[in-house]
Design a binder for this molecule. Structure first.
Ligand code: ADP
Length: 484
């Protein structure tokens, strides 16, 4: 991997604590390339005590960081953003090698991830408070917005860069210090952010990156250490619940970006070609491994067969292979368990009368490669209707009318992203309002951007990331009542 990089010094395997690169007290853990299965790096495996040191360093550094003006923080964040863009090819290669997504998609993620640093750096100058007319003649009321303090993050492997920047950007802009525990599958993409932050002039201790093979141990330290005032997590609803329970002890503020079960609805009046294009991006991006990927595709009866036929053609054009190979559109799945989940959902569909239209088995390449798959005749009583597949399985459900599909779409504990394709204006309004989701894509399959508030309702989470709202998760309000 090092030999593929323009700047080999970007590949680091030590942890980043208080501006120092340190070894792990527990030795190292292996990071492998999911396309080839070979070990590409041995990364520092930190102990809980080392994570406590990182938290202490963050506490000390935050005191000076918060004293900078918004503009001073913005200048450093801007430089950090620029360094990510300048090194996007190398960062993309590191990301693709440890995560498996095609290089073009990986470089795309770097641009997306960097945009949060750019955007929130700009927002650092606009953390406005408020004055409120007093309730008595001698009273003056002010509202200050102040950083929460030390924020800690736990992030998944599917977006190893962007899931960290989306949290670190607003946290640092707000004046918080940050401790990031990356997923153990993808620590290299996190550590390189530390290299670039250091080059950008971020003061020591403001950002700490603490890889560890034991997620639950670090999760406990984050929840039990009284210095940590904010926990921000992206991952499964199951682990989110554990962290919420643990953080209750300290009544810690939490942001949670949890699982989804996105419906993708195609109405009779939709532009079918556009709907197929949207479904392809929405379902097969990152090989189906995003929390906003279409999990259930509902197609109205009048266009069901036509949509299925067009989707089959598009799916059969996907080129499965090693993400670092030119022309590959679809990489491997992250792990054997991920493949097992796809197989479990597919078996359940076929056992209950669904049919495989294309794909439907492990790919000839072996390993964790799986054929992009479309199944028809899928119904609400199948597993895929309730659980997130997180893989390249597109299940097509048939529906008759609006009320029916809204009820089916909302019949889940999740409420992150939803999508629908339609032209009729009153239908567009009615359906957009009725979907119980934090995000609704109308005639588009891609909704992620740093300028929009991303987040879920119901058991998909708490808080919003991105947009000017995203910084609020890292700010506390203080009300000052002054008698003059
Ligand atoms: P995913 O399916 O995306 O891996 P998980 O919720 O299992 O979703 O994992 C998301 C992140 O949470 C990963 O970095 C994982 O290591 C971490 N994690 C898993 N279990 C725990 C836990 N008990 N406490 C803290 N972090 C955890």
């Amino acid at each position: 991997l090092k030999s593929m990089l323009k700047d080999p010094s970007l590949l680091v395997t030590q942890a980043y604590i208080n501006g120092q690169w340190v070894d792990g007290a527990k030795g190292t853990f292996a990071v492998s390339n999911p396309a080839r299965g070979d070990v590409i790096a041995e990364v520092a495996d930190l102990s809980r005590a080392q994570v406590a040191q990182a938290i202490a360093a963050a506490e000390a550094a935050q005191k000076d960081w918060v004293r900078l003006t918004g503009k001073e923080r913005a200048v450093i964040l801007r430089r950090w953003f620029e360094l990510m863009i300048e090194n996007a090819d190398d960062l993309g290669k590191i990301l693709s090698a440890e995560q498996g997504k095609p290089l073009a998609e990986a470089v795309g993620e770097i641009g997306y991830g960097a945009s949060f640093i750019e955007f929130f750096g700009e927002e650092a100058k606009r953390i406005y408070g408020e004055t409120i007319p007093g309730h008595q003649r001698d009273k003056r009321i002010m509202v200050l917005k102040q950083p929460i303090g030390v924020a800690a993050s736990i992030t998944p492997w599917n977006f190893p860069n962007a899931m960290i920047t989306r949290k670190a950007g607003p946290a640092l802009a707000a004046g918080c210090a940050f401790v990031a525990r990356p997923a153990s599958e993808t620590p290299l993409s996190a550590l390189v952010l530390g290299v670039l932050a250091e080059r950008a002039g971020l003061p020591a201790g403001v950002l700490n990156i603490v890889p560890s093979s034991s997620a639950s141990e670090i999760g406990k330290e984050f929840c039990e250490n009284p210095v940590v005032r904010k926990l921000t997590f992206t991952g499964s609803t199951e682990v989110g619940r554990i962290l919420l329970r643990q953080s209750a002890e300290q009544v810690m503020k939490c942001s949670m970006e949890l699982g989804g079960n996105a419906p993708f609805i195609v109405f009779d009046d939709a532009d079918l070609d556009a709907a197929v294009e949207g479904a392809m991006l929405c379902k097969f991006r990152n090989n189906g491994q995003t929390c906003v990927c279409a999990n259930r595709i509902y197609v109205q009866a009048g266009v069901y067969d036509a949509f299925a036929a067009k989707l089959k053609v598009a799916v059969e054009k996907l080129n499965v292979g090693d993400g670092l190979t030119e022309g590959v559109t679809t990489g491997p799945l992250i792990s054997a368990e991920a493949v097992a989940k796809v197989e479990e959902h597919l078996q359940d569909v076929t056992a209950h009368g669904g049919q495989v239209l294309t794909g439907g088995k492990r790919h000839a390449l072996g390993g964790t490669f799986y054929e992009p798959t479309v199944v028809t005749g899928v119904t609400q009583d199948m597993k895929v209707a309730q659980e997130e597949t997180f893989g390249p399985l597109a299940p097509l459900f048939k529906f008759e009318d609006e009320d029916q599909v809204i009820a089916m779409a909302n019949d889940t504990i999740f409420g992150l992203a939803s999508y629908f394709y339609a032209k009729d204006l009153s239908r567009v309004y009615k359906v957009a309002e009725a979907l119980e989701y934090g995000i609704v894509g109308v005639n588009t399959g891609i909704i992620s951007t740093e300028v929009g508030p991303f987040g879920g309702v119901k058991q998909s989470g708490l808080g919003r990331e991105g947009s000017h709202h995203g910084i609020e998760d890292y700010l506390e309000m203080k009300y000052i009542c002054l008698s003059v």
